[in-house]
Design a protein around this ligand. Sequence first.
Ligand SMILES: NC(=O)c1ccc[n+]([C@@H]2O[C@H](COP(=O)([O-])OP(=O)(O)OC[C@H]3O[C@@H](n4cnc5c(N)ncnc54)[C@H](O)[C@@H]3O)[C@@H](O)[C@H]2O)c1
Length: 474
Amino acid sequence: MKTKSSTTRRQFLATTSAVAAGMLLTNESAAMLLNNSSKPKKVALVGTGIRGMNFWGKISIQNYADEIQFVALSDINPGRLQFAKNFLKLDVPTFVNFDKMLDEVEIDLLFVTTVDATHDEFIIKALNKGINVLTEKPMTTDEVKCQNIITAARNSSAKLIMGFNYRYGKLFTKLKKMLMKKEVGEITSIDFHWYLNTYHGASYFRRWHGEKDKSGTLLLHKAAHHFDLLNWWIGSDPVEVHAYGALDYYGKNNSFRGKRCMDCPHTKECKFYWDITKDEMSTNLYVKNEQYDGYIRDNCLWREEIDIYDKMAVQIKYANGVQVSYSLTTYSPYEGFRVAFNGKKGRIETWEGVPSLNSIQEDQAKLHEKEMDHSSHTKSDLKYHEIVKQINFEPYEKIQLPYVRRGHWGGDTLMLDEILKNKIVDPALKHASNQRDGSMAVLVGIAACKSIEEGKMIKIADLTDLKPQVNKWG
Ligand SMILES: NC(=O)c1ccc[n+]([C@@H]2O[C@H](COP(=O)([O-])OP(=O)(O)OC[C@H]3O[C@@H](n4cnc5c(N)ncnc54)[C@H](O)[C@@H]3O)[C@@H](O)[C@H]2O)c1
């Protein structure tokens, strides 16, 4: 039997969590996300793989020594952990046991750069201890883990920050500005199509990303970037998702397969043969440390265990009525994308990497390397990004933007500057992203996977207790 007091308590909890949820709707600026203090923040990193070590580790040490100081590193692979410690020239303790690190080391901020499906464990444990977290995308890979993170963030005094670097990219920011100014009127629909080439796209199928229980599929691992861009551009929350997806090219779809590239009998006939021993970093990080966890970095992309999709088509309806047609292709001859915003007064469109639209043909094998690179000497032969704006009944106008590809369209540096140095590009752009943004991006991917599996439309509101809002910024 319900007592009056228990009902009242439940009502109180419902009210306070609604208030808490409402508070999370405000997209806090980076200045609010990390409390400023004159002392360098004590930072620990879990996941000393390529992104953790080469980006969060190396770049932070090089460029943010006044703001942060590494105090510990953690990874389940002791060999990779030691390699990262040496590579970063850090004199800090290392931990194979993450809990031990949290118990023994005083930490202000944790960088989470482990395999996607494990992010939730580290995010939640740190938040429960009042430690701020900066996590790589995707925030997590299923709706149960997502709800657990939402609850932990609500109950914690600490902040969860998403590393959504694409938002800060110069081209994507220019599009956001044009949309905020309503240059083609109210946006009603968006066409967004992303193409991964047979080098970069294929690499996902060699790695842990090819298994759903680790990456949640590329609808989470890769498309979380794209869904976050859409959510941010549109300034409203997704409400309904319908998707198709299949594995048509990689995995089981080949007549031959080997155990791994290194000892494969099909190197002559396989167009995807990759000699990992010619890549010093991959050899040091992965091959030399296989003995500890059995992870094969040059795995066969025709292996039968691959259970993610390599072609994906997603329809998304937003709370403000905007409709999105999104697709992700992973075996394209070129790497790039096309995006178009259809407004009531006209259309804005742009693209990248479509060779027939560019005056030059780029080396497809090197494109992803350029995107990840941070050195200032990396130059592109392309001079401009082109955005085409056309108002209804008028001729088109071409807008040229200096071409930047390295460091994720220039976004990596701007993101780090904002989060770690509190150097905000423009507060009105609301680049900084929090737990709610991380959730909304992954919920689109999770809904898309469910839609593919169950053959029906999925409502975002049915996945967690986050309620989609018409206008988050209002
Ligand atoms: N934002 C971006 O542009 C970008 C680019 C690349 C990678 N990433 C993200 O960075 C993360 C790491 O990717 P990566 O390419 O470096 O992968 P990786 O395989 O090189 O590294 C992952 C590391 O996590 C460790 N790990 C796995 N499970 C663990 C556990 N339970 N406890 C502790 N450590 C564990 C592995 O041993 C490995 O060292 C992923 O979440 C990925 O999505 C983001």
